[in-house]
Design a protein around this ligand. Sequence first.
Ligand code: IPE
Ligand code: IPE
Ligand code: MG
Length: 236
Amino acid sequence: MHPFPTIPRHIAIIMDGNGRWAKERGLPRREGHRAGAEAVREVLDACKELGVDYLTLYAFSSENWSRPEAEVQALMTLLDRFLREKAKDLDQKNIRLQAIGQLDRLPAKTRALLDSIIARTAGHTAMTLVLALSYGAREEIVSAARSIATEAAAGTLDPNEVDAALFASHLQTAGIPDPDLLVRTSGEMRLSNFLLWQISYAEIVIVKKNWPDFRHGDLLAAVAEYQHRHRRFGAL
Ligand code: IPE
Ligand code: IPE
Ligand code: MG
């Protein structure tokens, strides 16, 4: 149970601004990504302390593949390192790892590492960390529509049974509650193809800081802002 009922059960974060953070310091972009990976540790701990059940981090979008090859490679190397370093930590902290996105597009070795940590932490119960990797909401929605259409065409699903709950059960986030709070850093006010279906009623908090500067206290401030919102879900 949560210490307070108003702690968001699921926080989703668009970790943006690594490149700008590096540029401001005259550093290569990859240094921004490296610093960004450091910021993840602190936020993960803050969420666990608060009693958040799910933390979803947008780490790499399906559109990010169109960045220069050297940057994509640097990001994949950092992801590998993050996974290797984090595996034991997640285990010790009783945190379960999951991933959403077109994971088959990841390098084979990264994918294997990811799969092994997901399997190893599958029984953990303190919190779930969901990494969105090679993730695009439109691709996810299209893929759900395709699998529903396939079942209908095969005669195993009656099209009249297709409703929002059934649709959601075909998304990669099946079984995960919708995010209550969506945070985006670096001041951008857009969704960039992140969880379009799932964030229908999420409270959105935009933070000016670039992701590598985001700290424990910034997460608490975002949650405090969330706690002052009046969620109506269309009712009064
Ligand atoms: C976010 O930082 C990390 C990824 C998208 C992988 P950016 O790399 O988008 O940084 P900016 O937006 O260029 O500053
Ligand atoms: C969104 O950030 C993707 C991630 C944070 C992983 P981008 O930097 O890729 O988004 P745009 O290009 O500003 O919309
Ligand atoms: Mg960006």
